[in-house]
Design a protein around this ligand. Structure first.
Ligand code: AMP
Ligand code: ZN
Length: 470
């Protein structure tokens, strides 16, 4: 709103409120839809670290009434709830695989129709909205601040309005709060005629109901600034006669493919669901956070390869540390916690600076380098601290919490893992029997599977060879 970076000060540090517009559940989400989820998950984690996990209330809605949902349900000949339940469940699975914590609250539009109607009634009473031909519409001319978020004014909107403006609108920019449903579509009775809510009033009502306005932070993708968020502000401020709806606005940039916004309507989509078959969710998360959240992010195959290699390098240091520090607790007492926090301070500072995730990623490498140096010097105490610092930083941004061994096995399906384990067992037996030709043959077979075997005191571990080391 201010178009500048400002220090964040919550209205009440005991109850920090954040709302992010969630998906319309009529299909599997694409990786562009995952960007706001992952970006605001980082913000959620940072706020929890600063104010305490109990003090942060994060609501992310599910839009479960919409034209596209109706069309899908009609095409399948099922109730809309069949469609919305299926894709909401898939959404939860996909976002969990990307390391996103569940939000504190996940309101659904269809569960808040009453609150939406109450808000519309208040708007009409207060002279900010009107009923016309089975619709309820917001009167944009009644709200002088309309356009403040997006930087548009009403005159531009007239010029930009599509040629055909519905005859019942007083101004071309007036938007729907309530509208009649088409035959066969879900509808609710209302004082303005049977029908269903407009999309914007859903969020205003869910914010009011779940968090209470004004809220501290409102987020979403860049494409929601106008009209969605502009309209939320107009509705909520007029309904409450309030000077502020959300105290800070944050918008993530687009995820692009070959310079074009990834979107279902363009058809240039990549689904996390598909990617996850061959790529660990953590690598997808790394790729999504490799650009600053406000900048565009160009999605390429190379980006995923690089993300995986970055995580390989970090997990390699952790794996080596695990070997050297056998017997040391992974994380332990307040003393080590304090020392680790101090070492991780530059990492924390990067995130605190408007969520500078690329900088935070490079601070993870700094921490890993320190750990590597301590290991090389054989300084176990220093290595212990540095590992704690790296894991602490990783936890804050949602990386490096897996066991390094299972990270390196990531991407293998169960059948392949079983086959590799079997080869390793036979390799061990062949070596113990000093049957060198058999051991060599097994090594060749593992090589062909792209598997690197690492022999250690606790036996052999393995990982896939990166294309770059082939
Ligand atoms: P939708 O289901 O289209 O309403 O989108 C859900 C969320 O994903 C919204 O916050 C959008 O702004 C965001 N979004 C959609 N497409 C992209 C994209 N290509 N890049 C980044 N964010 C996107
Ligand atoms: Zn919204």
């Amino acid at each position: 709103m201010a178009r500048e970076k400002r220090p964040f000060v919550p209205a009440d540090p005991q109850r920090v409120t954040m709302y992010v517009c969630g998906p319309t559940v009529y299909n599997y989400v694409h990786i562009g839809n995952a960007r706001p989820v992952v970006v605001f998950d980082v913000l959620f984690r940072v706020l929890r670290r600063i104010y305490g996990a109990e003090a942060v209330v994060y609501a992310r809605n599910i839009t479960d009434v919409d034209d596209k949902i109706n069309a899908k349900a009609a095409a399948e000949g099922v109730d809309i709830s069949v469609v919305t339940e299926r894709y909401a469940a898939a959404y939860h699975e996909d976002m969990a695989a990307l390391g996103a914590l569940p939000p504190t609250l996940e309101p659904r539009a269809t569960a808040h129709i009453e609150a939406m109607q109450a808000m519309i009634a208040r708007l009409i009473e207060g002279g900010s909205a009107y009923a016309a031909e089975g619709h309820a519409l917001f009167d944009t001319q009644s709200f002088p601040d309309y356009g403040a978020l997006s930087g548009r004014d009403l005159d531009d909107m007239i010029a930009g309005a599509r040629v055909e403006v519905a005859p019942y609108k007083r101004h071309p920019a007036d938007f729907v709060l309530w509208k009649p449903s088409k035959p066969g579509e879900p509808e609710w009775p209302s004082p303005w005629g049977p029908g269903r809510p407009g999309w914007h009033i859903e969020c205003s009502a869910m914010v009011e109901k779940t968090l209470g306005a004004p809220i501290d932070i409102h987020g979403g993708g860049l494409d929601l600034i106008f009209p969605h968020h502009e309209n939320e502000i107009a509705q909520s401020r007029c309904a409450d006669h309030a000077p502020v709806y959300a105290r800070y606005w944050l918008h993530n940039g687009f995820l692009d493919m070959a310079g074009e916004k990834m979107s279902k309507s363009l058809g240039n989509v990549v689904l996390p669901r598909e990617l996850l078959k061959t790529t660990p969710g953590e690598a997808i998360r790394w790729a999504l956070l490799s650009a600053h959240y406000r900048a565009p992010l160009d999605w390429t195959a190379e980006l995923i390869v690089q993300a995986r290699q970055s995580l390989d390098r970090l997990y390699q240091v952790l794996q080596d540390a695990g070997r050297e520090l056998a017997g040391y607790d992974v994380r332990s007492n307040p003393v080590i916690e304090r020392a680790a926090a101090e070492l991780a301070a530059p990492f924390d500072a990067a995130l605190a600076n408007d969520l500078n995730t690329p900088q935070a990623q490079s601070e993870l490498f700094q921490l890993a380098q320190g750990l590597r140096a301590a290991l090389t010097a054989g300084d176990k105490e220093a290595a212990w601290l540095r590992r704690a610092a790296l894991l602490r930083a990783g936890e804050l941004i949602g990386f490096l919490q897996a066991d390094p061994g299972s990270w390196f096995e990531g991407g293998a399906d169960e059948a392949l893992k079983a086959r590799i384990d079997d080869l390793l067992t036979r390799r061990l037996a062949a070596r113990q029997a000093k049957d060198w030709p058999a051991a060599d043959a097994i090594r060749d077979e593992l090589n062909a599977l792209n598997v690197v075997v690492m022999d250690g005191p606790q036996g052999a571990t393995w990982r896939f060879r990166e294309s770059a080391e082939a």
